[in-house]
Every structure is written in C-alpha cells, then in structure tokens.
Design a protein around this ligand. Structure first.
Ligand code: PMP
Length: 333
C-alpha cells in the first residue's frame, strides 16, 4: 500500500512556469487513494485487539473506493465485510466487492423524512451493528485514523522532492486526504500552500444548499466531522463539466486515464496557476484511475446527454506544434 508514483507532467500546461507533478493513487492495489484509509482504519483496530481476524465483522456504508479498499483488506485479514450500498451503486463496483468476498446489501428506499438515500443507508448500518456480534463501523467521515492514514501520502511526496513542494492541489470528500497531508506539512514545517478542491453544490467549506452532482468522490452533502476547513489555505469549487474537461485534457495531453475527482483537480489547476511563481513545484493528487468512469466521463454519449456539444473544450488538434514537448530523460523518480 502506498509508494505510488509521482509523475512529471510536461504536457498538461504549456509553458508551465515551474515543475508540475501528479501523485497517481490509482497504483495502490485496490486502485485508489482510499486504500490508505481502509488499511489505516482496519489495521489500527487489529493492532489494538478490537478486531480479530477470523471472528470480527466490519460494516460500512460505502459504494465506491473505500468499499473496494475495505473489501481487499478485510479479505486479506479474513474479516467478514458487509457493505451497505444503494441503488445508485454501479454494477461494476458491486461485482468488484463480491469478487473480493464482501457481502453487499442494497438499500433501495430513501429515508421517508428527507427523501435521501444516505440516512437510509446509515440506519441500515446501525441495525446491522446492533444485530451482529463483534462488529466494527469504520465511519470514514469521523474516524481520525482516516486522516492519519494520509500522513504517508504527503511524506512520500516530501521525500521524493526533498521538501520542495510549493503548492499541493487535492480533492476533498471526507477530508481524510486533506487532513493527513496538512498535518504532515505542519509537522515537517514545510512551506506548502494547500489548495482543496470541492464540488459546486457541496457543503464542505460553506453553507451552499446541497444539490445533486454527477461525479462521485469529492464534495459531500453533509459536512463530515473529520473535516477541518482550516487545513486548506485555499478552496476551489468545480462543476461536473469541469471534471469531465479536466479528465479529457489529462488523457489527451498526458495519456493518463484518471477518475472524476482527478479531473476536478486538473481543472482547478487553471485557477492555481496565477499563484505559481517561476521555478515553483506544484503537486496534484490524482485519487483514482479512469477505468471506473468509462460509462460516464469517458463515454461521449453520456457527456453529450448531460452537457451538450463540449468536445471543443479539450480538443487540442488546433494546438500549435511548439506546445508539444521534447523527449527528455527524467530517469526514475
Ligand atoms: N476522490 C475520490 C475518487 C474518492 O473516492 C474520494 C473519497 N470519497 C475522494 C476524492 C476524497 O478523498 P477524502 O475522502 O480523503 O477527502
């Protein structure tokens, strides 16, 4: 887990004033940044003796990357895992969870009071916890082990760049990645500006009225207990279309197939650029890969249906040849 590559981005932003790199979290074994959280939250409890391999059950409401990370780790440690998901969960994610050996419970009826699925899922988690002996709810939105797990993310970046990280751009959901990275920056005394990327219609950093969003990962409709807004020096809000444009640009210009929140980070970079002084180093955290978004972000029909004719926003065919880079030997970093 961890030890993910830091990739030099030489084509994404023509004439970038300094150095631009991306930490590709898809190279964790379960495919995302959440592998670190899943490992941290489970291993912490195994070490303290509260979770016993072969006997205990882990129960969590998650349908995405955390669920997959937990399924992998629980499978490895012979812990039973029950994932409570809802009717919006993709068939592919359910298939991945089952392939790892997790049990999947699908909640179909929204909470009658709010009309939302999340409270209904949390209620089902509470019922399962009450009826299952020796059960543990990691609760990623409140568990400090989720923050701590991401100290390693920033330590790896720091060590690879000898402390020269001027700007860090990352997506915020539970606030785990943000919290862990910001904590490491403080502990190590780094002079890094942290730019947190949130979704338009999310309530993480303000009192926006929550609204439906198409791209999962970053943003939330309820403010997580774990999130400390002061961990971010700057907050940038991006739309679903920004995510699509960021993803499509990244794959066109760098041949990196990344997930929706990576597109959010790439789009937000446009607004970080005016703050980057010549010679400075900027690191983007790319939380997952694009494989789980082939039916949405990378599907032309889906994009057309939701946003209309927008391909010109990432079509580089008119880009002058001098914006392409020469091949350089950058060695292995
Ligand atoms: N991007 C993706 C793809 C994610 O799955 C998550 C976790 N929900 C995030 C970003 C946000 O990370 P964090 O929960 O650490 O804030």
């Amino acid at each position: 887990m961890g030890g993910t590559p830091l990739i030099e981005l030489e084509r994404l932003v023509p004439h970038f004033p300094g150095r631009l790199l991306a930490k590709a979290e898809r190279f964790n074994p379960g495919g995302s940044v959440k592998d670190r959280s899943a490992l941290g939250m489970v291993l912490g409890r195994i070490r303290s003796g509260e979770l016993v391999p072969g006997r205990s059950t882990v129960i969590e409401s998650s349908s995405g990357n955390l669920a997959i990370g937990l399924a992998q780790i629980c499978g490895y440690f012979r812990l039973r895992l029950i994932c409570v998901v809802d009717s919006r969960t993709t068939q592919q994610n359910i298939a991945i969870l089952r392939a790892y050996g997790a049990e999947v419970e699908v909640v179909r009826d929204p909470d009658p009071a709010t009309g939302e699925l999340l409270p209904a899922r949390l209620r089902r988690v509470a019922e399962l916890l009450a009826e299952t002996p020796d059960a543990y709810w990691p609760d990623q939105y409140a568990n400090p082990l989720n923050r701590q797990a991401h100290l390693t993310t920033m330590r790896e970046i720091d060590e690879a760049l000898d402390g020269r990280v001027d700007h860090l751009v990352l997506a915020a959901g539970t606030g785990g990645t943000l919290g862990g990275c910001a904590e490491y920056i403080r502990q190590a005394g780094l002079d890094t500006t942290v730019h947190a990327v949130d979704a338009v219609g999310s309530v993480l950093f303000g009192s926006a009225t929550p609204c439906a969003r198409l791209v999962p990962g970053h943003g939330a409709s309820v403010r997580p207990k774990l999130l400390r807004p002061s961990d971010a020096d700057h907050v940038l809000h991006v739309t679903d279309l920004d995510c699509v444009v960021g993803c499509r640009r990244l794959v066109r210009r760098e041949a990196i197939l990344a997930g929706g929140s990576s597109g959010a980070v790439v789009s937000a970079l446009d607004r970080v650029l005016p703050q980057v002084a010549p010679g400075e180093t900027v690191v983007l955290i790319l939380p997952d890969g694009g494989d789980r978004y082939l039916d949405t972000i990378y599907d032309d029909t889906w994009v057309q249906r939701h946003f209309g004719a927008v391909a010109h926003l990432w079509d580089d065919s008119a880009r002058p040849a001098d914006e392409t880079v020469e091949l350089v030997d950058i060695g292995h970093r």
